[in-house]
Ligand binder design. Structure first.
Ligand SMILES: [Zn+2]
Length: 303
């Protein structure tokens, strides 16, 4: 039997996840498998593991992949065709898509994980549940790092440098200090999970997780309330800068910081105060696919 399938791989720092879904009804999953990345054993081992995972899924489904989508950290440099900016260091400077094409003998499409998140949420996730026009969807990742992806009429926009959606390295406020990218005061230095926890520590002298800080704030802790107030303010400024430029129908907020409930109340008020419009019509939503968005998005790259 010939079934039309889409194959996706989400290459993470600790795990590689693979999925085979139905091309016509991508919510139907034929196979989903995970293995260890083993990045500490080097790039060649990671390539071999991806090959092994594809082989395993071909055996389970009885189908051969005719194209594979891959979600990775970092960006594929549009000029050198090599990966850069990956927090998994073994990938930087590598031509992962070309190497996988040679290894697997099928076409390979590679995108960063924030773009895969945006694509999956636009096609199968929150944007589809939002009961509104979804022609322009911006997917935000606010976790250890801050990134994003832009989907217009169902298609990813990569841009001339391959950095479309990378709002995490826009300037937000000098108080964030030096960013790993070499600039000062990037969005990521202010509203990523570690940045929020660092600010709370500087205020209180105590280390707490973001969840705990959020909880303490609700219970009247001064330092926590100041930390959350600052988060709402800068979330408002950061998101408003996205809206003023691309004016999306929907923004989906992924990553650990996106789980903070007050972003959808006080955070939205701050967005309203900073956009160039008297009313906020953009739907700002939590993701619907959870941790699955990356691997579904990777498969949708080859639809
Ligand atoms: Zn930066």
């Amino acid at each position: 039997m010939t079934r039309k399938t889409l194959w996706g791989i989400d290459l993470g720092g600790t795990k590689i996840e693979g999925i085979v879904i139905d091309k016509e009804h991508p919510e139907n999953v034929f196979c989903r498998e995970r293995i260890q990345t083993e990045g500490e054993r080097g790039y060649e081992q990671v390539l071999e593991n991806i090959g092994r995972l594809i082989g395993k899924m071909q055996k389970i489904t009885g189908i051969s992949a005719d194209a594979i989508g891959i979600g990775t950290p970092g960006t594929l440099d549009s000029k050198s065709k090599k990966l850069r900016g990956c927090n998994s260091q073994h990938l930087n400077g590598k031509s992962l898509d070309q190497d996988l094409r040679a290894l697997l003998n099928v076409p390979v499409t590679l995108e960063n994980d924030a773009n895969c998140f945006a694509l999956a949420e636009a096609h199968l996730g929150s944007a589809q549940c939002a009961d509104s026009d979804t022609s322009v969807v911006f997917g935000v990742i606010m976790g250890t790092g801050v990134g994003g992806g832009l989907v217009v009429n169902g298609e990813l926009i990569s841009g001339v440098h391959g950095i479309a959606g990378e709002w995490g390295h826009n300037h937000l406020d000098d108080s964030g200090g030096l960013c790993y990218c070499g600039k000062v005061g990037c969005v990521e230095t202010i509203i990523s999970g570690p940045a929020i926890e660092k600010y709370y520590f500087e205020q209180s002298g105590t280390k707490h997780s973001l969840d705990k800080i959020s909880h303490l704030s609700e219970n009247g802790d001064d330092h926590a309330q100041r930390t959350m107030k600052r988060l709402h303010h800068f979330f408002g400024q950061g998101i408003a800068s996205i809206i003023n430029i691309i004016d999306p129908n929907v923004i989906v907020i992924g990553g650990g910081v996106g789980n903070v409930d007050s972003l959808y109340l006080e955070g939205l008020i701050a967005v309203s105060q900073h956009i160039f419009s008297p009313t906020l019509k953009t739907r700002i939503l939590k993701p619907a696919l959870g941790d699955s968005a990356g691997v579904f998005g990777a498969a949708l790259l080859v639809r």
